[in-house]
Design a protein around this ligand. Structure first.
Ligand SMILES: Nc1nc2c(ncn2[C@@H]2O[C@H](COP(=O)(O)OP(=O)(O)OP(=O)(O)O)[C@@H](O)[C@H]2O)c(=O)[nH]1
Ligand SMILES: [Mg+2]
Length: 410
């Protein structure tokens, strides 16, 4: 624990807790927190990817899971799916997050209504309708039906990298002229945007929104905007699950994940000190250490620092996983995060000026004194998790930078 914690930092770190406790009675907050604390393992998020055959549905499923197309467990691409059954792909780290590769629309004789019924539409949180050229009547009919059923959908125009490339070739753009290359990209995107808008208007959409993207680089074009738009249109809980589970593309995605996780750690700290009061040997503290351990594990997964996520990233960027691991300074490998490990840092945290921290926390939110150990358990557990989170953020930023480095020539 950072011994230099001040009134200002405590006030900032626990503003959300104070706000919640001012609005509602302690028991209500406590009950809500219990329900939300384990959201990564309790809340399902089901995303449906649809569109005509060959538009890039399966590729997008893989991109959302941070995977390459040829990886084990990836959705097969470049092959026509003949099955009428939706294919389920679970998120590599969070099995409650599912991305569904729906059968191509338009290639069968079903109406939009029948199609939705066949794919069991009610279970999806939202739909992404992809087109790689013009949108078709099949797309808009489906959208209309989804809207009728009070679900959200997003039009995505895929493969814009190909359009940009074609435009540059057709205009004989000099590849060494960065300005011209950029200008050609902008012009192509403007053309696609206008074309998609006019096309959907002609098909009866009154104010269509279309997101341009390429499966090969989700950091580019409209994918960040799509992500932001979907997040805004989801309820608070699903939004957090979405933020936590989407791949880390930029430093900004790390920041968003950090904000979402800050809200999760105080909830877990509170739950761990409210239930199953287990006094810890040699400490005047009590908390459910299993909750502390699983929260640390979740932090690792959210920031891509667990073994599986690191392997997937290493494969994606074509670097040995050891190279990525070499920059991780603070976060232990997932196998090391055990009860003993958590106990050990808890003991050390408790020794470090915890008294002042407890005083600061209780001074700011006196009602926390009703938790186990008069609030000291909460303060210690919270700062332990907060410290773990801060370190994971630093490590995730280093891994992101390492992954982006050009490959070394041998
Ligand atoms: N350049 C480029 N190629 C893409 C993109 N998205 C998909 N592709 C390619 O387009 C082809 C078809 O992609 P799939 O993901 O298999 O398409 P699908 O919609 O799942 O096709 P069906 O399952 O047959 O309906 C593959 O060769 C992909 O590699 C993209 O954004 N850019
Ligand atoms: Mg497919």
């Amino acid at each position: 624990m950072d011994p230099a914690l001040t009134k200002e930092t405590v006030t900032k770190d626990l503003a959300e807790v104070k706000f919640a406790l001012e609005k509602k009675p302690f028991e209500t907050v406590s009950a809500e927190v219990k329900e939300q604390s384990n959201l990564l393992n309790n809340i399902t998020l089901e995303i449906a990817i649809t569109g005509r055959s060959g538009v890039g549905k399966s590729s997008f499923v893989n991109a959302l899971r941070g995977m390459e197309d040829d990886e084990k467990g990836a959705a097969p691409t470049g092959v026509t799916e003949t099955t009428m059954l939706p294919q389920e792909y679970t998120h590599p780290a969070f099995p409650k997050v599912k991305i569904w590769d729906l059968p191509g629309i338009g290639t069968n004789k079903f109406s939009a209504k029948e199609y939705l019924k066949k794919v069991n539409f009610s279970k999806y949180d939202f739909f992404i309708i992809i087109a790689s050229g013009r949108f078709s009547e099949d797309d808009t009919k489906l959208a209309l039906e989804i809207r009728k059923n009070k679900k959200k959908f997003y039009y995505v125009r895929s493969k814009v990298d190909i359009d940009i490339d074609n435009y540059r070739r057709s205009k004989r753009i000099n590849v060494d002229d960065t300005h011209e290359m950029m200008q050609a990209e902008k012009t192509t995107l403007d053309i696609i945007r206008k074309d998609s808008y006019d096309n959907l208007k002609a098909l009866g959409e009154s104010s269509p929104r279309v997101f341009l993207m390429s499966r090969w680089d989700l950091r580019k074009y409209d994918f960040p905007l799509l992500q932001e738009t979907i997040e805004k249109e989801q309820g608070e809980i699903k939004r957090d699950v979405l933020i936590m589970s989407l791949p880390i593309l930029t430093k900004d995605s790390i920041k968003k994940k950090k904000d979402a996780m800050e809200s999760l750690i105080w909830k877990n700290a509170m739950v761990s000190c409210s239930v199953g009061l287990i006094p810890l040997p040699f400490l005047s503290l009590g908390c459910d250490i299993a909750i502390v351990v699983s929260t640390m594990g979740d932090i690792c997964k959210v920031f891509g620092l667990d073994e599986d996520s690191l392997n997937i990233l290493a494969n994606r960027v074509g670097k040995p996983v050891e190279e990525l691991k070499s920059v991780i300074e603070h976060t232990p490998s997932t196998g090391m995060i055990t009860t003993e490990f958590a106990m050990d840092i808890l003991k050390r945290s408790a020794m470090w000026g915890a008294i002042t921290v407890v005083e600061l926390v209780l001074d700011f939110i006196p009602v926390l004194g009703s938790l186990y150990g008069g609030g000291s358990s909460f303060a210690t557990t919270f700062y332990l998790l907060k410290n773990f989170l801060e370190n994971a953020v630093k490590d995730a930023e280093k891994v992101l930078a390492k992954a982006a480095e050009p490959k070394r020539c041998k």
